[in-house]
Design a binder for this molecule. Sequence first.
Ligand code: ATP
Ligand code: MG
Length: 363
Amino acid sequence: CRVVCKAHKVAILPGDGIGPEIMDQALRVLTTAGKAEGAEFEFTRALVGGAAIDATGNPLPKETLDICKASDSVLLAAIGGYKWDTLPAEQRPERGLLGLRAGLNAFANLRPAIVPPQLADSSPLKREIVEGVDILIVRELVGGIYFGQPRGFGTNDKGERIGFNTDVYSEPEVERIARVAFEAAQKRQKRLCSVEKSNVLEVSQLWKEVVIRVAKDYPDVELSHMYIDNAAMQLLRNPKFFDVVVTGNIFGDILSDEASMLAGSLGMLPSASISGDGPGIFEPVHGSAPDIAGQDIANPLAMVLSAAMMCRYDLKLPKVADRLETAVNSALDQGWRTKDLWKEGTNLVKCSEMGDILVKLVA
Ligand code: ATP
Ligand code: MG
């Protein structure tokens, strides 16, 4: 009765734009899939982003962070929109997300790049290159050159103006992100590629040493190493080489956007920002799409796949995750498409209709 008796506590942050619409569908589907596997959820809704600014003046009210911290996991839809674009940067809706990541110490960003065979033709790359691609990029999110000190502007010894940043990682910072990546690899194809630039950078030499040391604890995972420039090339030339990729903040920023283009469609990609212990944040890669908000035409699949990631990584409900992912695949197999993915010969459905279809498929 362990699973049935303990409801999984999930903080629900619908946010802005299409956020509430896709969240509604994802929660219906998640609840039904959970029931089928004997898992229950306790959802607590909270405000974040523009919705929170309108209600409280603050993109991340303390109450929201408290609810998130008291939950097993956080499911977030999307943040931002035209309405708040004129606010100064430090009062913008996006600050809510940065505050949430910091508040939950979410140091690992997980971005799958999956190309379902049914959508392989929407990719800008050839079908035979992308069909069957299933990559997980694990990016370090709170360290490296984006945060390293010293940083700033100054003058060199010739009196010329300079800008500078510092790429720095400590051994514990590398070790904790490496462990997240090895553990993810254990749940997948058991291949991990560590991406760095150790032929030029000391910070990368340390990265590589630590990853090799941590690998001893995961003998079932096959580890490889690649320089960032080569990795950027291989991601387009032979993306099927990769299973899990682990890399630092700036390389991961670039590689995960590059990898998202393999799929050719924003509406399909989930992501997670996790801390290894404590609740993680699970959200679609796409934004709040204010241009189509309120019309019931958004694609809810990235949101549903984000809920699947949450079940796999935070709630330890792999069977519920499988159910959600299989349902998304079946819906595509059956030819159902929201407007963003619609092509001649497929069936156009609204956001809520896609929800209806998935509810039936996961039951
Ligand atoms: P952000 O800055 O929040 O990341 P963005 O400017 O990158 O936002 P998105 O909100 O992701 O942009 O939207 C980019 C385009 O993709 C828009 O035309 C939007 O309508 C479309 N889009 C994004 N997500 C979806 C979705 N789930 N379903 C359908 N269309 C979408
Ligand atoms: Mg964007």
